[in-house]
Write a protein that binds this ligand. Structure first.
Ligand SMILES: [Cu+2]
Length: 259
């Protein structure tokens, strides 16, 4: 009886932990999955559900069947010397339980591959390109018009945002000036490595105003944990005003730019 109560308490504790984890925000990063705001984030979210839901169903099916067999056919309930039906060598059964998982695994591989191809190819119909450079420790966003936003690593809340206009397909070109970093804003896209000497690509298109948080997802040195990311989407007119301010600040910083 005591063992049963202990098992029940353990289960209740695990369930409570799962509920707490699923409802709390860890510094803005959702522990399970955030609401996607860019089509590629939505596609990754769909892929995640497409894999997770069947996996949970299969897991529960296997565990319930296992418990049922263990309890229903336990030795103490069988007559002395009982030998269960022997299915070893049943070719049909063995082919079936090999082919079905193979089909499931191949479907997951094919679906994930198609999704990755879609999100991490250099697109050609972009309306704007930003070169994102990782460095020890922070991010630099080059808009290609003389405006560069520096997002230095910090452990406190005041992260300089990377600002994009809403309803705009933005091509992201990733670089690094030292070691490998990985740009990851879960609500927007998958992790994209910023590699020295090699350009990776992704993109975003956000249709709502707001801010989304991310961080460097590749252990890159002592300041790795400071490499927070904030992406801020603004209406086109607000974005134009913001861009004018950045241009004015850039001109002030270097009054006679070289041609
Ligand atoms: Cu990093």
């Amino acid at each position: 009886m005591a063992a049963r109560v202990r098992a029940l308490l353990t289960f209740a504790g695990l369930a409570a932990t799962a509920v707490v984890l699923s409802s709390c925000d860890v510094g803005g990063l959702h522990p399970i999955f955030p609401n996607p705001v860019s089509p590629n984030g939505q596609d990754i979210y769909n892929t995640y559900l497409l894999i997770s839901i069947p996996a949970i169903v299969i897991f529960l099916g296997v565990e319930i069947a296992l418990l049922w067999v263990v309890l229903r056919y336990r030795r103490s309930k069988q007559p002395a010397g009982y030998v269960p039906p022997q299915v070893h060598g049943n070719t049909t059964l063995e082919v079936v339980w090999t082919v079905i998982p193979l089909i499931i695994v191949l479907a997951i591989a094919a679906g994930s591959f198609v999704e990755l191809q879609r999100d991490f190819q250099p697109i050609s119909n972009e309306q704007m390109t930003v070169v994102v450079s990782g460095y020890q420790f922070g991010w630099r966003y080059d808009y290609g018009n003389g405006v560069i936003v520096n997002q230095p690593g910090t452990l406190v809340g005041d992260v300089t945002p990377f600002v994009v206009p809403t309803h705009t397909l933005v091509k992201l070109q990733f670089r690094s000036s030292d070691v490998i970093h990985s740009w990851w804003v879960p609500a927007i896209s998958g992790k994209t490595d910023a590699v020295p000497g090699y350009d990776n690509f992704s993109w975003l298109k956000i249709d709502q105003v707001g801010k989304w948080r991310g961080e460097c997802a590749e252990l890159c040195g002592a300041g790795h944990s400071t490499m927070q990311i904030i992406v801020q989407a603004m209406d086109q007119s607000d974005f134009n005003n913001w861009m004018d301010q950045q241009k004015a600040a850039a001109a002030k910083a270097s009054p006679s730019p070289s041609p």
